[in-house]
Design a protein around this ligand. Structure first.
Ligand code: CMP
Length: 223
């Protein structure tokens, strides 16, 4: 376990309003851990004692049906926070967290997280903003599951992916690396074969082009 440098923390949205001294204080409280791909960090229903910040890598947030089918709620990337809900509600974990790639994560203990929220209103404000945008995204996902066919759900998924993790190319297009077709299928409630077929069928005319493991989307289509 090592203390994290403030350089990394200032890129974390949750801490983006903090001054240098406040960042140094947070850095002293966080501990870093490295994980290989497919490590289960915690499972839904587990007791909770810390909040996580992703330094590098990807983390899948997953819920399972009683017969073991997995549904991926979201895939989080560098700078994003998870594991805060159980601490805020004083409850158990609401979902399972699994590393999707080799990942470096920072943790903050329940006690330190609660103290920071009480002492630093800027962190509490950012946390409310994160929770609110997650609720908005979850509503949009519910809407697409209720009303869209699989092609529509896939298009919505790729647009959200590009908004969250895409890189602007400077020519009006955004590029994003897609998760595996199996992970996409588990995020939109369909089969891997259907995702692969639809990815091949998408036409450039829609402002969305799939090439190899990457998807290119016209910037004007994003929120
Ligand atoms: P917690 O309940 O402590 O553990 C699981 C975590 O997954 C949860 O905190 C949130 O950080 C995260 N999580 C749960 N549901 C969602 C969602 N719909 N979108 C994004 N993150 C979520």
């Amino acid at each position: 376990m090592t203390e994290m440098s403030t350089g990394l923390l200032e890129k974390v949205f949750l801490f983006s309003e903090l001054n240098d001294e406040e960042l140094r204080r947070v850095a002293r409280l966080t501990h870093s851990h490295s994980y290989t791909k497919d490590t289960v960090l915690f499972r839904a229903g587990d007791p909770a004692d810390s909040v996580y910040i992703i330094a590098t890598g990807k983390v899948k947030i997953v819920i399972s049906s009683p017969d073991g089918k997995e549904f991926i709620l979201t895939i989080l990337g560098a700078g994003q926070v998870f594991g805060e809900m159980a601490l805020l509600e004083e409850s158990t974990r609401s979902a399972t967290a699994i590393t999707g790639t080799k990942s470096d994560l920072l943790t903050l203990s329940r006690k330190d997280f609660n103290r920071l929220l009480e002492s630093t209103p800027a962190i509490s404000r950012k946390l409310l903003s994160i929770l609110s945008s997650r609720l908005r995204r979850a509503n949009s996902k519910m809407q697409s599951l209720a009303y869209m066919d699989v092609a529509g759900r896939l298009a919505r998924y790729l647009l959200d992916l590009a908004s969250d993790h895409g890189q602007k190319l400077g020519n009006g297009w955004v590029v994003v690396r897609r998760p595996t077709h199996s992970d996409i299928a588990h995020s939109i409630g369909t089969s891997r074969e259907t995702v692969s077929r639809l990815i091949n069928e998408f036409e450039e005319g829609f402002g969305l082009v799939n090439k190899g493991k990457f998807t290119y989307i016209q910037e004007s289509l994003l929120d």
